[in-house]
Design a protein around this ligand. Structure first.
Ligand code: B12
Ligand code: SF4
Length: 523
């Protein structure tokens, strides 16, 4: 049977990184089937196009995965595919929580023939076998022989053949630059960001987060050996194609077990498996100096930190009191000392937020080492404790907000400001953190560092700007380039002529070595 796995586009991140679930399920598919992958972010398709594709390719089963944010699009695509007579199975966090919605058991239309609840590592082979026999069940739940929920151990973990998978669509280097950049240093003909997981689960249970409910509070890790082998495979691929590979460790809290993380990082270093990497780590775990040393030595370049708020009352309200705003600056300085920088994520619209929260937050951010601040709104995702609390207190203004998804729009009323005021705070945050002056300030603050670091922060800020401001299309990019022309001119001048009395690096390789554009992260 030919199987298609499809991930809908989110309209923001484009082809910056493939989704891990597709490669994982592909690797877990029983032998004898051909699995095709389409990531809408790299290969956008509308309903008619995908239906045509399914017919042309003689697909017998389609698997669709989506977060809440993309679920409306996922349902539209599923409807178009089912209309061709091909069965659709859906999985991922949204349908796990709202299987009845996907199956049309809540009074709405039906979108899926079957739903895979939770982690599908064990159920996927069974789904494929049932589909071959034409006997798909409606619900596949990961349970043991006694009917009790079971989680995959991640030991063993399937080998994802990264050396063979076609990743053409996930090259971040524009085509016109391939031939030239291949020759720079060790080669920049391709630059790919690849998702790797080293473990699953987070026990912290922050009120707005899906993870503790979905993956459970039991934390599971792959063996160090299997992670190291995956990195070696990726590194070899980059060398072969004269390109670069960076890894996004998608674990929700990469250092949740500090002892284990240190042992993994030591093994990466010992095996010479270092690649540049990004990971999500909560601030409380970054107090450890040895951990920070190992992060830097093993290739860590950016750490995503879910700071959420600089107000301890807010943090307590959302069950994230383990975040201590008083130590944010220290944590960031500890990382920056090792040339590791942070993507700092903030949520506005929390219950103790008042007008001016964005400026209060930015006034602290400006005193920290330069990084990539990102701003979102408190969003009640289905089945989270936050959703239940707001529903119980009648505060949801758009209880089914995912059915008509609007980016950066509240679905409930905050307590101490209006919805419009919360929207204005987010806009203020993005405008003031990503305006040309703020970008110039971030670049200048790394004045004592090699040029590569400044180019890195500059490119990263431009990319991150696109999370809020539309950067789709050449015109949008040209506008941003024009707005930041002074900074660009300064960087180019320094690359060509060097900088004042400071000795200039004569090796282009050295200049580009450190350029790793990080990616928008989640938490
Ligand atoms: C990586 C990641 C991202 C990447 C996504 C891009 C990418 N290429 O991967 C980035 C960084 C862009 C991102 C952004 C966001 N993310 Co995110 N992200 C993650 C993260 C950390 C890892 C995803 C992952 O690969 N997991 C590992 C794989 C193996 O698990 P999985 O995807 O769930 O797949 C398993 C099952 O779900 C199932 N499955 C999944 N799909 C399918 C399909 C079929 C057919 C079947 C049978 C089974 C199946 O089988 C898989 C194997 O067991 C998760 C948290 C997490 N740990 O999952 C959050 C998570 C998915 N993100 C989340 C959120 C909220 C966001 C943001 C909205 C955050 C924000 N406020 O901006 C943004 C939205 C971005 C956008 N514009 O769309 C939420 C989603 C909750 C929800 N109900 O939708 C999660 C769960 C985190 C959380 N805090 O709750 N994210
Ligand atoms: S927000 Fe981060 S720390 Fe909190 S429960 Fe979710 S994954 Fe864990």
């Amino acid at each position: 049977m030919r199987i298609l796995l499809y991930n809908p586009d989110n309209g923001v991140t484009r082809n910056f990184m493939p989704h891990l679930w597709m490669f994982l399920l592909q690797s877990l598919t029983p032998p004898g089937h051909e699995v095709l992958l389409i990531d809408g972010n790299a290969h956008p398709m509308d309903e008619a196009q995908i239906a045509q594709y399914v017919r042309d390719q003689n697909i017998g089963l389609v698997g669709i995965g989506a977060m809440t944010r993309m679920i409306a699009k996922a349902y539209r695509i599923a409807d178009a595919i089912r209309a061709t007579g091909v069965p659709v199975v859906m999985g991922g966090p949204h349908v796990t929580e709202l299987a009845d919605e996907a199956l049309g058991r809540d009074g709405g239309p039906r979108h899926a023939d079957a739903v895979a609840l939770g982690e599908a590592d064990a159920t996927w082979p069974q789904i494929v076998n049932d589909a071959v026999r034409g006997q798909l069940k409606e619900i596949y739940a990961p349970v043991d022989a006694a009917g009790k929920e079971s989680k995959p151990s991640l030991k063993p973990y399937p080998v994802i053949p990264w050396d063979k998978i076609d990743l053409t669509q996930f090259n971040l280097v524009p085509k016109v630059f391939f031939p030239l950049l291949k020759k720079v240093g060790e080669g920049w003909g391709t630059f790919r960001i690849v998702p790797v997981e080293s473990g699953r689960g987070c026990p912290y249970g922050c009120e707005f987060c899906t993870v503790t409910g979905f993956f459970g509070d039991s934390i599971r890790f792959r063996t160090n050996e299997s992670v190291v082998n995956e990195l070696l495979l990726l590194k070899a691929r980059a060398r072969k194609e004269k390109g670069q590979i960076a890894v996004f460790f998608i674990d929700d809290n990469f250092a949740i077990n500090v002892k284990r993380t240190k042992s993994l990082l030591k093994d990466i270093i010992a095996a010479n498996a270092q690649v540049h990497w990004v990971a999500q780590i909560s601030a409380n775990l970054l107090r450890d100096e040895e951990l920070c040393d190992l992060i830097a030595a093993s290739g860590g370049k950016w750490v995503f930190i879910g700071m959420e708020s600089i107000d301890p009352t807010n943090l307590k309200d959302v069950n994230k009191g383990f975040n201590k705003p008083g130590e944010y600056a220290g944590v960031l300085e500890r990382l920056a000392k090792r040339n590791v920088y942070a993507i700092t994520s903030f949520i506005f619209g929390m219950d103790n937020d008042t007008v001016g929260v964005a400026e209060r937050t930015l006034s602290q951010v400006r005193t920290w080492p330069p990084g990539l601040p990102i701003f979102g709104l408190l969003t009640p995702l289905p089945a989270t404790p936050l959703y239940k609390r707001l529903e119980a207190t009648g505060r949801l203004t758009r209880p089914r907000h995912w059915q008509e998804f609007i980016p950066f729009a509240m679905a409930h009323t905050p307590l101490k400001m209006s919805i419009d005021e919360a929207h204005a705070e987010v806009k203020y945050g993005w405008s003031h953190a990503y305006g040309p002056e703020a970008i110039a300030q971030a670049v200048d603050s790394l004045g004592d560092q090699p040029l590569g670091y400044r180019v890195n922060i500059f490119l990263a800020r431009l990319c991150f700007r696109g999370i809020y401001f539309s950067m789709m299309g050449k015109l949008a990019w040209l506008k941003v380039v024009a707005q930041n022309r002074e900074t660009i001119f300064k960087l180019v001048k320094e690359a060509v002529f060097g900088r004042g009395t400071r000795p200039r690096s004569t090796h282009l390789e050295e200049t580009y070595e450190e350029v790793v554009v990080p990616v928008p992260a989640a938490e």
